[in-house]
Write a protein that binds this ligand. Sequence first.
Ligand code: FAD
Length: 238
Amino acid sequence: MHAETENGGSRSFECEIAVQAAGRIPALAGLDLETGNVATEGTRFRLTPHLQSTSNPSVYAAGDAANRGPALTPVASHDAEIVAANLLGSGPPSHVPDYTGVPSVAFTIPPITSVGLTEDQARAKGLAFRVNHQDIADWQVSRHLQEDTAAYKVLIENSSKRILGAHLIGPDTEHLINMFALAIRLGLTATEMDRFMSAFPTAASNIFHMLDTSEECGPATEPATTRSDRELAPATAK
Ligand SMILES: Cc1cc2nc3c(=O)[nH]c(=O)nc-3n(C[C@H](O)[C@H](O)[C@H](O)COP(=O)(O)OP(=O)(O)OC[C@H]3O[C@@H](n4cnc5c(N)ncnc54)[C@H](O)[C@@H]3O)c2cc1C
C-alpha cells in the first residue's frame, strides 16, 4: 500500500488489510464566508438552535455543516426538514431539531452500536439509574452464528424507569439498536417497552432480559428457549 504523508512525502507499507477511517469534513473553504459574515465553529457553521447562522440570519445550515447534531445521514435529513420549515414559515424561525435517540452504528464484525446516554453522560446529568449489562456470547443469538463477542449495556432511570441509553455489540445489533432508539425517542419506559412481543429467535427476543427492572435481580440468565416459557411465568415474576 502507498500513502502520501502530510508534508508531501510518500510511504509504502506491506499489509493484509487496509481500513479507511478518516471520514470527511464539510467543504466550507472556498465559500468566502468572511465576506458573507457567516461565523464558523471548527469545521462547521455556528448556528442558533433553529439552525440559523448566529452572525447572518439569511444563512441556515443542515447536516454535517451544522454544528448541532451528530454527523449522520438521518440527522442531515432531519436538519433539512427543520431548515425548510424555518425558511418557509412566516415570522421568526420556530422549528428546532430533535436529536433525542439518534442511534449510531460502527459496521464492524460484529457491529458496535449505541443510542442515548452513556454512563458518564447520565452521571453528569445527575440522574439516578441502574445499568443492566452482560456478556451474552454464550446466548443462543450469538452461538448460532458462532460469534464469540456479544454484550449489552442498558441504562434505566430508577424513578421513572425511562430507558436512558443502550450500547450493544454482537450479531444483529445494527437492527436491534433501532428498537432502543424508538423507545428513547418516544420516551418509553422499560416497562412499556417490555410489553411488545418480538419474533423468536431474533435478537429482539432478548430485549426483555436487557430491560429487567426488578431491583433484586442479578445479571440475566440464558434466555428462555421459547417465548411461551415467559408468558407462562407468574405475573409477579417481573
Ligand atoms: C466513510 C463514511 C462513512 C459513513 N457512514 C455512515 C453511515 O453508515 N451511516 C450514517 O448515518 N452516516 C454515515 N456517514 C456520514 C454521512 O455520510 C453524513 O453525515 C451525511 O452524508 C451528511 O449529509 P450532508 O447532506 O450534510 O452532506 P453530504 O452528504 O456530504 O452532501 C454534501 C454535498 O454538497 C456538495 N458540495 C460541497 N460543496 C459544495 C459547493 N460549494 N457547491 C455545491 N455543492 C457542494 C458535496 O459534493 C456533496 O454532494 C459516513 C461518512 C463517511 C465519510
